[in-house]
Design a protein around this ligand. Structure first.
Ligand SMILES: [Zn+2]
Length: 71
């Protein structure tokens, strides 16, 4: 789950851009998502590399292991 580090909630985050990479016609398991908080205007980026089972974030967002309370 991605949350805004300023607001400490995911409630106001919007995905502004999402990208899935392809190689040789097959999907590479790396996903990049850009987030923007509509409350404080913070922005951040989330990158997930499924091959290495690694997720990283940059900017004003953070990755938590909490489950979202609301789907
Ligand atoms: Zn925020």
């Amino acid at each position: 789950m991605i949350t805004c580090t300023n607001c400490e909630t995911a409630q106001f985050l919007q995905i502004t851009q999402s990208r899935v990479y392809f190689e040789d016609g097959e999907m590479i398991n790396e996903i990049t998502e850009h987030y923007e908080c509509t409350l404080c205007e913070a922005t951040g980026q989330y990158i997930y590399d499924e091959d290495h089972d690694e997720a990283s974030v940059t900017g004003d967002v953070e990755l938590t292991r909490e489950r979202p309370k609301f789907a």
